[in-house]
Write a protein that binds this ligand. Sequence first.
Ligand SMILES: Nc1ncnc2c1ncn2[C@@H]1O[C@H](COP(=O)(O)OP(=O)(O)OP(=O)(O)O)[C@@H](O)[C@H]1O
Length: 573
Amino acid sequence: MASAAMAGLSAELARTARASALLGLAGAFGPFALVMLTVQFYSLVVPTGSLSTAVGLGAGFALVAVAVVALTLIRERLLLASAERLVRRLTARALPAATARAAVPAAAADQALRDIDAVRRGVVGPLSAIALDAVLVPAVLILLAIFHWAFALFAVAAAVVALLLGLSAERATREALVEANDASARGARLVADAARAAEAVEAMGMLPALVGRWARMLARGAGGLRRAQGTARMAQAATATLFGVAQGGAVAVGVLVIIESGSSVGYGILAGLLLTARVMEPFSRIGSQFEDAAAARAAWRRLDRLLAADEAAPAPATRAFPCPEGRLVVEHITLVFPGAARPLLRDVNLVVGPGDVVGLAGPPGCGKSTLLRVLLGLQGSNAGEVFLDGHATAQWDRTDLARHIGYLPQEPVLAEGTVAEAIARLEDAPDMEAVMEAARLAGALRMVAGLPQGFSTRIGGRAVLSMGQRQRIALARAVYGTPRLVLLDEPAAFLDAEGEVAVAAMIAALAAAGKAVVFTSHREGLLRAAGRVMTLRDGALAEVGERRRLLAAPAARRALPQPPRRIAAPEAT
Ligand SMILES: Nc1ncnc2c1ncn2[C@@H]1O[C@H](COP(=O)(O)OP(=O)(O)OP(=O)(O)O)[C@@H](O)[C@H]1O
């Protein structure tokens, strides 16, 4: 299944290839002229010893050489510009598609970027140069025919043999090389995942098992790869031999031409030699490029599959909407992950008005984080819709919607930069007053003040922050600016009791300021900060009754009428 995006890119590449080929044809007059000048040198200067003719021919030679270099440079520029455009457009399409669909977005994005690079190398690498040089062949053949039809015929035969050799070797190695490349991409994904959990891998002795898996994955493609590489090398050696034989053959043809025409003109042989080499040259280079070609082809296929899946579930056209209140309405959301036996979310309905605080509880894996991702529009659903102030979030332009939303993901990953930049959502010139206000609200001011350079401390590199410190900065980022809807996934997961109190205070302050707040938590203490507590059970969202909530609170439990205490009878002996 070819994606429309890749079909469009491939049509654009074809246009670039045609333009480059035309430039190449124009450039073909260069080698043509160079051969003619070389031949003239032998026929005019060698017998007469005329210095002025030699100088004139030398000047002509230099002029033509400069023109050839200029044309080659223009062609290279054209290819580079085209590759750059291709990379830009592919990145803009493939990166969001990869991260939106993958279970581990960072690894998927990494793979997509590596694939884009492999495609780029395919466009600007030696393979495209060979293809473009091959378009010169007809021009050189015409030139050969001018000397003698026998040269042209011989060169055509030699080129056809070289081409057949290259194509059959390519066909024999193609699948194995593409498969090996896919296996290596899967192995790279495994390593990327492992690197993210490097400490757990080492601490729990999982390294040998991981290395074993990786080796098995590579071994699956290795047999085919070895055979393919063997075939490719043989084809390369055969082409090199053919190249040598063709050179000798051109001399033989030249000799035959001289004998047949009865002339003693030696320059015919020279021209034949030079031009036959020119015809054979692009074909002789094919053999060494199979692996790069397979890597580019495999990368292109993976990107094509990714974009085709993205196009099968197209993102609707979006626009900006006003968000004066921040009223969240969730209607009949149902979500079934592909391959799952049951829906993770089943007809979920929820209304969160300005100043409302909803706590989401439920056992691990029941779908709390996924529901938050659906509310954010990061995860689609099979049915139902999410509205903010009456506008479907699916139709909302993401950048515009993001201004009205604060989000704390479960894993507080922070981008490289200063603490202030991280809180200000990577704005180039953060509004320090707003940054400090967000940090104050998130209870992070004291912690940031204790960092070596306060808000200017760089995150990443050697400045390693604890999970708790990162979570506080990520909380400040969530409330930075003027979000109307704040969604927090386990906001106190990495904090101590004092931190939990600070988060509860932050939630209360957000509610007092009229923000709609939804947060997930396993902590009963924090859930008490919610006006309503909902649980997800078997995909259905239900409100926890007031009495059960109070029962969960130790202070309130004492205030409630207690059921008569039953004293356990001693066990019968
Ligand atoms: N993109 C996805 N594709 C397939 N399954 C997924 C995807 N994302 C999440 N799941 C599955 O959905 C289930 C719910 O995950 P989720 O993280 O929403 O649970 P949770 O209630 O937040 O759990 P916890 O309390 O442990 O954080 C899990 O079994 C998870 O594997």
